[in-house]
Design a protein around this ligand. Structure first.
Ligand SMILES: O=C(O)[C@@H](CO)OP(=O)(O)O
Ligand SMILES: [Mg+2]
Length: 431
């Protein structure tokens, strides 16, 4: 394999979709080509995530990322230009070593992930491959166009309403092509907007572009979504349009109880509550149904519901291969959410995808609630062949950038199949 020589790394502070500072990185190779990537930023986070470097405080206190910018223009620039590189993992290992902390807090996971993603684009270009094709061959996967999971109704940390659950997504699993799936998603989103207007409910949006009406019970949100699916001319269920939820339960778990609207549940009561939701609504996937601090609850919930639906660990697993392996061993979930900035480098993200596939876990690639126009996760979802991408509502520039990238890939490569994947075709296809 031929090597890649970088001649420089730059970064600048930009704004993310919430208007908070984040950074954009540019790296240059010796052919004079430039490769870019931007760091996204989460609002509902797991306690084991890699740590963003901010200039003191949090994004919410308006804190900048000039220190992370300096990590790139200083030490990382010196590292990248000091030698030649033969693979993504050699770059990422060197970045981790240079940082020297377990949680990537010294140079900043925001600096590291943006440099790592820009390096992926450089390696792909060096191989004369598209980013998704390079990802597939590096991870060892069959490519597949994922089912987009459109977050059409927002609550939790992403909206100012009283809804405890964070994300209500629609998944056009029954569409036969990606362009159809995107069209269905947009039609249902618009139908939901009309329904809210007709009922005199608020049509303001949450952080991910979904509507954020003043409701407090998850059933109200689910009823509105079922009505929107049917108004748009589709059927609900596994054959047509299914629903996926991300309650993000860390944020309504207090003193051992889960507070959902007016109700307070023990873990076992919440599992029973979810069971009823599954009986009454076409739900195919539940992400973070319990808090990360409820370790005994996860195996209980997975035993009760895991044969019926996908149970996704996000805050619980933080895109960590080791945490995924532990969850496989304890049967604490059956799927993992994949967010490169949670773990901090692209190679570690690939390791987590491989660990999931080996243990029979499905995977869903995800954006963050604070986003930029960078569409890396769309290529990642296709290249990983995992069959699922969540990137917010089918509206707002930073969200549609991902869906539009999928449309571009579908157009360029009409032979790619569309749809959900099993762990079998999500990993290690041709080794
Ligand atoms: O919880 C989540 O899954 C994400 C993305 O939707 O939100 P955040 O980026 O705020 O962690
Ligand atoms: Mg989540």
């Amino acid at each position: 394999m031929s090597t890649l020589a970088f001649t420089g790394a730059r970064a600048l502070q930009i704004l993310d979709s919430r208007g908070f500072p984040t950074l954009r990185v540019q790296i240059r190779d010796d052919a004079g080509d430039h490769f870019y990537a931007s760091a996204p930023s989460g609002a509902s986070t797991g306690s084991h995530e890699a740590v963003e470097l901010r200039d003191g405080g949090t994004a919410w206190s308006g804190r900048g990322v000039t220190k992370a910018v300096r990590s790139v223009t200083g030490e990382i620039n010196t590292l990248l230009t000091s030698r030649e590189w033969d693979s993504q993992s050699t770059v990422d290992n060197a970045l981790r070593e240079l940082d020297g902390t377990a949680e990537k807090s010294r140079l900043g996971a925001n600096a590291l992930v943006a440099v790592s993603m820009a390096a992926s684009r450089a390696f792909a270009a060096h191989d004369r491959a598209s980013l998704h094709t390079w990802i597939a061959s590096t991870v060892g996967c069959s490519q597949r166009l994922p089912v987009p999971h459109f977050n059409v109704l927002n609550g939790g940390q992403h909206a100012a309403n009283a809804l405890a659950f964070q994300e209500f997504m629609i998944a056009p699993v029954g569409a036969t092509t990606l362009p159809d799936a995107v069209e269905w998603g947009a039609d249902i989103y618009h139908a939901l907007g009309s329904i809210l207007r007709k009922k005199g409910m608020a049509t303001g949006l949450g952080d991910e572009g979904g509507y954020a009406p003043e409701i407090s019970r998850p059933e109200q949100a689910l009823d509105l979504i079922v009505e929107a699916i049917e108004t748009a001319g589709h059927r609900t269920g596994a054959g047509d349009v299914a629903i996926a939820l991300d309650p993000a339960a860390n944020y309504f778990f207090h003193d051992g109880r889960y507070l959902v609207g007016e109700q307070s549940f023990s873990t076992t009561e919440l599992v029973t509550y979810y069971e009823k939701l599954l009986d009454n609504y076409p739900i195919r996937s539940l992400e973070d149904p319990l808090a990360e601090d409820d370790p005994n609850g996860w195996p209980e919930l997975t035993a009760a519901l895991g044969s019926r639906i996908q149970i996704v660990g996000d805050d619980l697993l933080v895109t960590s291969a080791a945490r995924v392996q532990a969850a496989i061993a304890s049967a604490s979930a059956n799927a993992v959410l994949i967010k490169p900035n949670q773990v901090g480098t692209v190679s570690e993200t690939f390791d987590t995808l491989r660990a999931a596939a080996q243990g029979g876990f499905t995977a869903m690639v995800s954006h963050r609630s604070g986003e930029t126009m960078d569409s890396f996760v769309a290529d990642l979802a296709v290249g990983a062949g995992c069959g699922q991408l969540k990137a917010g509502a089918p509206a707002r520039g930073e969200r549609v950038a991902k869906y539009n990238r999928l449309l571009e890939i579908a157009d360029e490569d009409p032979a790619l199949s569309y749809g959900l994947a099993t762990p079998m075709n999500q990993g290690n296809q041709h080794d």
